[in-house]
Design a protein around this ligand. Structure first.
Ligand SMILES: [Zn+2]
Length: 113
């Protein structure tokens, strides 16, 4: 389950922030996840709770903002919306697509005390 590994690196980022800015507890984590990142949201939430136990982010809420996926279609020479990584172009059916948005995961904001 790669969600567990994702949560562990997430926690490392949060702890680094906590150290840098000197906050004691994180209450809410706002996370941006691309539609094409291949992350199972339910699994991610579950792992997040497990990984953050007894850490600075213990009992914090995880708020997930899903970023829509977008690819550049070469034959159409335009940007198209895609829901899945290997989906063909909705206009011309081509597979010559390059993902331009929605394949990443990042912390957008932390609410702290
Ligand atoms: Zn196309």
């Amino acid at each position: 389950m790669h969600e567990m590994a994702l949560c562990e690196s997430l926690l490392q980022l949060i702890e680094a922030e906590a150290q840098q800015h000197g906050f004691a507890r994180v209450t809410t984590v706002y996370l941006e996840i691309g539609e094409l990142a291949g992350v199972e949201l339910a699994a991610l939430k579950f792992c997040f709770d497990v990984v953050t136990k007894k850490t600075v982010a213990h009992n914090s809420k995880l708020r997930i903002v899903v970023v829509p996926g977008a690819s550049w279609c070469m034959p159409c020479a335009t940007q198209v919306a895609v829901k899945q990584r290997h989906q063909p172009c909705p206009h011309c059916g081509s597979h010559q697509l390059q993902v331009v948005a929605g394949d990443e995961m990042k912390i957008k904001e932390l609410e702290v005390v």
